[in-house]
Design a protein around this ligand. Sequence first.
Ligand code: NAI
Ligand code: MG
Length: 487
Amino acid sequence: MANSTIEVKFNQIFINNTFVNSVSGKTFTTFNPANKQKITDISEGDKADVDLAVKAARKAFKLESKWRTMGATARGHLITKLADIINVHKVALANLETLDNGKPYEDSLTDINNAVSALKYYAGFADKIHGKTIPTNDLNFAYTLTQPVGVVGQVIPWNYPILLLAWKWGPALAAGCTMVLKPAEQTPLTALYIAALSKEVGFPDGVINVVPGYGPTAGAAIASHPDINKVTFTGSTEVGKIIMEQAAKSNMKRVTLELGGKSPLVVFDDFNVDEAVKIAHDAVFSNMGQCCCAGTRTFVQEGIYDEFVEKAAKLASEMKVGNPFESDTKVGPLIDETQYSKVLNLIESGKLQGAKLEAGGSKVGDVGYFVRPTVFSNVTDDMRIAKEEIFGPVQQILKFKTIDEVIERSNNTEYGLAAGILTKNIDIALKFSESVDAGSVWVNCYLAVNPLCPFGGFKQSGQGREMGEDGLSGYLEIKTVSIKKHL
Ligand code: NAI
Ligand code: MG
């Protein structure tokens, strides 16, 4: 692959297919969470830079622009080319992702494969988005046009930087939108790299813009921008509320939110215990627990509770914590000091509130933000560890007796992102799936996230859906055209 022309400037902002300095000239530092060392300085975007990026995106969205006139099939092919070039550069991207985020290298590769799949899925959609003709019962001929919503602002977090970029870019590009992405301040590197790749494959100027910076400055400039038509955000519920408010107060831009969770995974005693322990383990410890849909409330039926706890604790203590570039490492560092102290503080609260520590429960050294995989048993619903989103490698095992009881307790939370149930009883599985407040329900598995399936939250876990065909609707405006017939 001739990639010698690709030039990534990690210390600049990507606007209108060009790397430029921030207007203020300010910079911020991105760190390696495995050793707290500085990686590099990044140009710090703020309102003035977001303004420039929006101007470029608006120009690229004009009806006569190269982007809007290229045809839906060609647009789809361009998205496929982006997916392919990401795949070609996956080793470099995985290295950067692990350096900046701390996740094990194999996990970075998995994220990239999933990002490529998401882009390819939406690439195929580009020329299959169309309206309807409507029998109006009067003399009008009516049809609908499905048009791109316009300039889209995208604010993403640090837990899956490449994957969430693809989740935002795939449907936005398939729909024909243009966009301004703000990566998380902790993990700006891979978005800048992929921006350079998008230029290489031929995206016209201004379609894709990447402005790194902080939330309350660059992020807020996106949420409150008068010329952005839609904002899509993944992150905390707290910031999701601010984004909604700013969107409403500025120009009532459309809003899609994918927020936090405190998802239940319910294990019935008819299910193989060893398999259940493994599924529940992966549900909570994937990505060091820094996963919005992590199954952090493990409800286990009383008959198998003790056996389950013992096996879960053993599995957690066997996981290798350490350098994320070593192939047998399962647990890398948490993302930063804030996350690290939040997680350690919640672990202490669990001990103080009377949960029984079965594994882990402490940090590992002081070189990076490492926390030992932690398992608590005898957890009750009122404890902080059972209520708050921990976003760390901490499993809460709760005991239950009946299906009705566990449904009520599963739903006793402000969140509603995901839920899982492990049982051989189809009636129990059906009842749970119907009753639980969750955007995704996984039966006899967990984390079955797939680009073909809509993903999103009930209650305070979000607004709207991403992925699948439903994920496109947030990027489209429906226009009804009625034409009077004279004959
Ligand atoms: P956050 O919600 O503050 O940050 C996510 C993104 O929002 C980042 O790009 C950030 O710069 C931006 N942001 C922050 N404040 C903003 C504002 N006022 N306006 C616009 N954009 C803003 O999440 P943070 O602080 O990194 O983590 C806090 C907690 O949030 C975590 O402990 C976890 O519980 C939850 N979280 C959930 C995620 C998910 O996947 N649903 C991802 C990251 C965090
Ligand atoms: Mg924050």
